[in-house]
Design a protein around this ligand. Structure first.
Ligand code: ADP
Length: 553
């Protein structure tokens, strides 16, 4: 570090004291500290709303995107409100061994899937106050990744049917199955087509089991782009339906089957993960050829905004970041004891230290005064990255640093890789999936780009604000519902927004943000403070889901 840089660091250190992260051992996931690792004998209370929450991924077991975050946090938030929500998901090979070691065997059986008879194992643990059932089948789930295989349609069909079949073996008869995305979209079809006369296992205290026909379904759309479309051969071969039965279940779409259309047609309620997206999916532009169904079912369509697990994603305690800070630090008394609580917010010292640590780690010039613009994303067209490619050369001529963490299409990976090679002290391209690094980038950055073409909710911008990083987003879907645009007249806002899908609008908005950073530090710091003080917990949204459940029971 040069002398002048050192001085600048010292100057900023005078404001507040950075808290170095506690050793890893002491800083486990908050949930791990409080909840017995394995408590499968949680009491069964039939007066509670009984919901089986079905998802293909959930934090901390496996995550490829926002669905994993939601499935890993919403059930716990609902249980805190008094419901009995249990999660069911596949037992993937990649689940950390420490969780596999805690799993307790519940049942195993064979289940029909078309002409096949397939093994289903059920194992369970309790985590963060939620009973979790894992569907075990090594043929389908012992692979390196969750998705992306030639037989994904069959794997998903297996999972959906196994969810229903499990109810003949579990001490839990749900009133509602809450399905999420196309991976669980076959549940309503199987429920109607295959389980109309079946009975679930009697739950503790019940004399006889309840009929499957009592079960109601909710289908939540996290991403409409992926609907699960496969060749029509699946109808008989995998799903075990005749052509007519499949048509009755809304599965047939021309020569193909479409799993999600069926759920959209037959789930008792449909939700999207933000109110704006619920309106957008009814339009031709965003509807992905399902707008006809959304429009015809508007009376059961609800938009409920995603929250985040504010305990796990807390810059004050996050074990994955090197220095800690909180919203209060923006107004904290200077650490040298002089002065009173400031009415001029400043950047928390922990965030400044985290920035320098990241710069060091990624080989960027170590200088806390340089703004870091970041992207943490799947590198796909959905995320508006063609806009970024169109302006990145021009933008990088400014005095800024840029960090990309993401995996995806080669046109994006190639460009970002070459930028990193061309200007290694200004541009870092991390083209892989790395959860701890993502947290370090959230903590260290000044701005987070999410210029999506469409965005059902988006968690990146929410996590960014929680870590004091200002989002720069296009006004679509959940981005519009979560980021309050900066108003230069009254200083309000929590980030920067632009309306049209246009590369120059993005560029001008990034330049405005950069301008504020360099030329109006007070206004910039006030925005950081406002972003960090926004409530993104599940409190409000979990209540809305509970109301929806109660409406159906
Ligand atoms: P989507 O679900 O469409 O991918 P979201 O914004 O809802 O988008 O959620 C993305 C989640 O995945 C965020 O928690 C983000 O931090 C995380 N993420 C995306 N890419 C990476 C990556 N390469 N490494 C680590 N985390 C990532």
């Amino acid at each position: 570090m040069t002398e002048s840089k050192e001085n600048k660091t010292k100057k900023s250190s005078a404001k507040t004291t950075a808290r170095k992260a506690a050793p890893k051992k002491a800083a486990a996931h908050p949930a791990e500290n409080k909840v017995p690792a394995n408590n499968v004998t949680m009491t069964y209370d039939s007066s509670k709303e009984r919901i089986l929450f079905a998802a293909f991924e959930a934090v901390p077991f496996i995550k490829t995107g926002g669905l994993g975050d939601v499935a890993g946090s919403l059930p716990a938030a609902l249980n805190k409100l008094g419901a009995d929500v249990r999660l069911i998901m596949p037992k993937f090979a990649t689940i950390p061994q420490k969780f596999k070691d805690q799993m307790v065997h519940v049942a195993d059986f064979y289940m029909p899937l078309g002409w096949r008879s397939q093994f289903v194992g059920i194992e369970t643990i309790t985590y963060n106050g939620v009973i979790i059932y894992f569907i075990d089948n090594e043929y389908y789930f012992y692979r390196d990744q969750a998705y992306g295989y030639y037989d994904d349609g069959e794997r998903i069909a297996f999972f959906s049917r196994a969810i229903l079949e499990s109810l003949k073996y579990l001490d839990f008869s749900p009133q509602i199955i809450h399905c999420n995305d196309w991976h669980t979209a076959l549940v309503p079809a199987f429920l109607r087509g295959k389980y109309g006369f079946d009975v679930m296992k009697a739950a503790p205290g019940e004399v006889e089991g309840r009929p499957y026909s009592d079960i109601r379904t909710i289908f939540t759309v996290h991403n409409l782009k992926f609907q699960g479309m496969f060749s029509g051969y699946m109808i008989g071969d995998v799903l075990g339906f005749s052509q007519i039965e499949a048509e009755n279940q809304g599965l047939v779409c021309g020569d193909a089957v479409n799993f999600m259309r069926s759920a959209l047609s037959f789930a008792d309620r449909i939700t999207t993960v933000s109110p704006t997206y619920a309106n957008e999916v009814c339009t031709d532009f965003y509807g992905e050829n399902a707008q006809d169904i959304f429009n015809s079912r508007r009376n059961v369509l609800h938009g409920i905004l995603n929250g985040i697990d504010t305990k796990a994603l807390d810059p004050e305690t996050d074990p994955m970041i090197p220095y800690h800070f909180c919203a209060g630090d923006c107004l904290a008394k200077p650490s040298d004891g002089t002065g009173s609580i400031s009415d001029q917010p400043h950047i928390p010292e922990g965030k400044i230290q985290a920035k320098m640590e990241l710069q060091k780690k990624l080989g960027l010039q170590v200088n806390p005064d340089k703004p870091i613009f970041s992207i943490i994303s799947r590198l796909t067209d959905q995320k508006g990255l063609d806009l970024v490619l169109a302006i990145i050369d021009e933008f990088m001529q400014m005095d800024v640093q840029f960090v990309v963490l993401g995996v995806g299409e080669s046109k994006y990976e190639d460009k970002f890789r070459s930028m990193g090679e061309f200007m290694p002290d200004k541009f870092a391209a991390c083209l892989y999936f790395d959860e701890p690094l993502s947290h370090q980038i959230y903590a260290a950055s000044d701005f987070m780009l999410v210029p999506s073409l469409f965005e059902p909710c988006g968690l990146t911008q929410i996590i960014a604000m929680r870590y004091g990083t200002l989002p720069i987003v296009r006004e679509t879907g959940g981005l519009k519902d979560t980021v309050r645009p900066y108003n230069k007249f009254d200083g309000s806002g929590t980030g920067f927004t632009f309306a049209n899908y246009n590369a120059h609008e993005l560029l001008f908005t990034m330049k405005d943000a950069n301008d504020l950073y360099y030329n109006d530090k007070n206004a910039f710091c006030r925005l950081v403070s406002q972003a960090m003080n926004t409530d993104f917990s599940w409190d409000v949204s979990a209540k809305k889901y509970l109301e929806l459940y109660k409406e159906l029971i």
